[in-house]
Every structure is written in C-alpha cells, then in structure tokens.
Design a protein. Structure first.
Length: 489
C-alpha cells in the first residue's frame, strides 16, 4: 500500500511540474498582455463599442459587438456592469447579448493561454466564441422582438480600479489583481489534470527478481504466448566497446526456445553499426551468432508501415526484411536514453525496428529522411509511440508480438552508447507483458522507487519520457494501467 501511495505521489508531482512548466509561460504572458490592454486600451475598446450605437446596422450589429466582446479584457463580473451602463444609454439588447456572450467566453488573456493548444485549437476557440456571441445576439433579436430582454436596474455602472496616476504602478497593480484572482484556480486546474493518472487494473505485467537464463524463460512462459511461423527476436546488438547490451549467455535459452532469428537495424547516427557489414561484425564480436542466426533487417533498404491515428507520422519505415517474420519476441534492456529519457519496449519497436531512414523520420517528427538531428522533442516522443503502434498493428494488432524488459545494469545511457555511465541503480529483475505501454510504465514506476534513481528520473523528466507513454496510450498502443504479478514466489 505504501509503495502504491509513493508511486502515485511521485507521478502526481511529476505531472504537476511538467504541466506547470508547459503552461506557465502562456499564463504569465497572458497576464501581462491582458493587463496592458486593460490599463491602456480598455477605454478605447469600450468607446468603440459604444460608437456602434449610432449606426443603423440592424442584425449585422451583432458582428462587431461579438468581435469587440472578445477584444475586451473584462471577465464576466466586469462585463455585466459595463453592459448595464451601455443599456442605460440605449444600446440594443441583441448587440449587448453578443458582446456579453463573447466577452465571457474569451478575452485577450485567454487567447494567449490558448496558444499553448496549438494554432488549430486557438483558431477554433476564437471562431467558436465569436459565433456563440453572434448567435446569442440573433436569438435575442428574433425571440424578443419589441420586448426588453435585459433588466439591469439593480446594477450600477462599472468601477474603474486603474486610477493610479503613475502608468507603471497602474499596470503592476492590475497584474497583481489578475494573479490574485486567477492564480489559485490556475494551480488547481493543473493539479486536477495531474490526477488523471490512474494505475488500477489494466494489463498484466509479469515480474521475477532473478536475472538468469532460467528466469527469462520463466517470465516469457508466464505470458502464455505461442508464436506462429518464422520468429524474430528483436534486441540491441550494442555499440562497442563497453555498452550494456543483453549478453548472449543470458538470452540464449529463450531465443532458442522460440527458434528465433536475432534481428536488428543499422543506426542513423554513425558509430560501428551504421553500415551493414560492420554491423554484422559487431554482432559476431558480441557473440550473438553463437546462439542464433542474425539478420540486419534494413540491409536491403526499407519498407513502409501505415501509421493509423497518429498526429505526427503518416508512415513508419522499418527494415525491408521486417515482413519476412511472422512473430516477434522483443527483448529490451531497460535503461536511460540521452534523447528519449529511457529506453524499453516502445523504443525497441520504434527506433529499434526503424531502418536507418526510418530512425531519421522518428527523431525529426517526420521532417527528414536523411538526418536524425534537430527535431522537436515532443514530436520525437510522439513519433516513437506512433511508430510502435504501426508495428503492433501490422503484427495482428499486437497478437503476434510480446515484450520482455530486463532491468539490469540500469545506466542513464542507452546501449547505443559505447561508453555509458556506470549504473546508480542496483539490478532489479525481469518483466514481461503483451502490452508494451504497461511494461514500460511498470519499469519506470519501479525505477521511481529505487535507490540512486535521481539521475535517471531527471533525464526521463527532462526529455519528456513520460509523454511517450501518454501518447502511446492515447493512440491505442496499450494501457499505462497494469497489474504487476510476481512469479518468483
């Protein structure tokens, strides 16, 4: 119970801090711009609204009224007294309705906040708020023709609190009032959003604390999975000279149990495994040819897999020989990763199964076929999830692929690093699941409770590693919720 509580508190704090960093700049900028408009432009906006009273616009008056409502920096509590003063001066009820509705839905400060959602969501919010304002005005005009809709008898005119003669102090006081009024609700919203993380139920993840050839066979057998046809065993062959790849003597029994062929792809970043001939030599030097046949899947180029439901990628390029195999056993060494934050099952089926060209696409969020450098970090993490989903979809919707993560030699560096940092975390065990999202989530959760985890957790946080899991769940690759079953007795 205490372990579960600790895990949830760790991730509540993580999600809170992550979302706070993401939205805080927009909140601050919105505060400043909203206050600038309120202090220096509010009067001009409201005078402009008042000036349309003398124009014979008829029903068309709802259009400028709704637009000016969005431009007004007032919230609902400031809009109502202002509307009361305009009503007392004879402003038409339909124009007031349009102004009030759009002003309540959106203002300059909220527009700045909404830029965090992206340009499409921002445009939809502005347009929908404008249309709602115009629709409210038209409804009042048509349904209350010849009647008064508003009764502002109990409302006095608006009170102007921006009265300090010093413009700088006037602005600072306005910002202070905005922070005081919206700050607690802003923080509460982030906290409630962070609470969305749930870890009850979900997929089954099997665990055993031993790290032996017998243990890896046992945790694989716990899956109850029966491969069909030709079986590929995907793993990392490891960058020379001193990477922490899974040693052949550890995995030999499970590889031979499934009569598997070890498969890998060339790297996109250089090193000793960027060219096929050199890569085959590394595999021999590391002893993989002693336990099974080895195939570099992209030695003859790439094949394309369709990405369904993705927001970044439309295709995923894997090695041309990927389709030569009917079933995949994915053996991953769980560890840190300089760019992804951590490497586990999802990384192994995305970047790991990507051809050299496909790796470039994933790293750059679909921008480049020739270079892995310079991509956006969020797009990169989402591309990994989407590439992994395409692999799972191709293999019978996940029916012909299972995953084993070995948690030993847990360095902050990947097996693509030939000289990784020494691990700060002790060896933990072996986990397996038919769900790569649940499996990686379980490993991250275990690391979050392990002694010496500071460097790795900081790297996961810095590189948005959790977002890979979030996006993978969102697009249907798997579930972050899981039940951990200890088969070690």
């Amino acid at each position: 119970m205490l372990d579960i509580l600790h895990r949830e508190l760790v991730y509540l704090r993580y999600y809170f801090e992550l979302q706070l960093r993401q939205i805080l700049p927009y909140w601050v900028l919105g505060m400043v711009i909203g206050s600038v408009i309120s202090v220096f432009c509010k009067g001009a906006i409201h005078r402009l609204f008042g000036s349309i009273q003398d124009r014979k616009l008829g029903a068309l008056g709802v259009i400028p009224a709704s637009a000016l409502g969005i431009a007004s920096p007032l919230c609902m509590y400031g809009t109502i007294p202002l509307a009361a003063s305009f009503s007392q001066r004879g402003m038409a009820d339909d124009w007031l309705a349009a102004f009030m509705m759009s002003s309540i839905l959106l203002n300059p400060q909220l527009i700045i906040y909404s830029t965090a959602l992206g340009p499409v969501a921002l445009a939809i919010r502005i347009l929908s708020s404008f249309l709602c304002g115009a629709a409210a005005g038209l409804l009042v005009r048509w349904c209350f023709r010849g009647k008064h809709f508003f009764n502002f008898d109990r409302f006095s005119g608006p009170t102007n609190r921006d009265t300090d003669p010093n413009p700088v102090l006037r602005l600072l006081k306005n910002i202070g009032r905005n922070v005081k009024a919206t700050g607690p609700w802003f923080l509460l919203g982030i906290a409630l959003s962070a609470l969305e993380h749930q870890s009850e139920g979900g997929s089954t993840v099997y665990y055993i604390s031993d790290i032996t050839p017998e243990a890896i066979v046992a945790v694989y057998e716990a899956l109850g999975w029966a491969p069909t046809g030709r079986v590929a065993v995907k793993l990392s062959t490891g960058e020379p000279p001193n990477s922490n790849y899974l040693r052949p003597e550890l995995i030999k029994d499970v590889v031979q149990k499934v009569d598997g062929t070890i498969v890998e792809n060339n790297t996109a970043y250089g090193g000793s495994r960027a060219e096929t001939a050199m890569h085959y030599q590394v595999a021999r030097d590391h002893g993989f040819n002693d336990i099974a046949d080895v195939v570099i899947l992209d030695e003859n180029g790439s094949m394309s897999l369709l990405v369904n439901g993705g927001s970044v990628l439309t295709e995923n390029l894997v090695g041309a020989h990927f389709a030569d195999y009917d079933s995949y056993l994915v053996l991953s060494h769980f560890k840190g990763h300089a760019m992804a934050g951590f490497g586990g099952a999802i990384k192994n089926i995305s970047i790991g199964l990507g051809s050299a060209e496909g790796k470039c696409l994933i790293h750059t969020g679909g921008k480049s076929h020739t270079s892995p450098w310079g991509g956006d970090q969020t797009a990169f993490t989402e591309s990994m999830a989407e590439a992994g989903k395409s692999v799972s979809d191709y293999l019978g919707g996940g029916a012909r692929i299972v995953y084993v993560n070995v948690m030993n030699r847990i360095s902050i560096d990947c097996d693509c690093d030939g000289n990784p940092h020494e691990p700060d975390i002790h060896d933990i065990g072996i986990l397996a699941s038919a769900d790569p999202v649940a499996l990686d989530q379980a490993c991250v959760d275990i690391v979050s409770r392990a002694q010496g985890n500071e460097s790795l957790m900081q790297r996961i946080e810095r590189q948005q590693g959790i977002h890979t899991l979030e996006h993978a769940q969102d697009i249907g690759l798997g579930s972050r919720s899981y039940q951990l079953v200890d088969i070690g007795g």
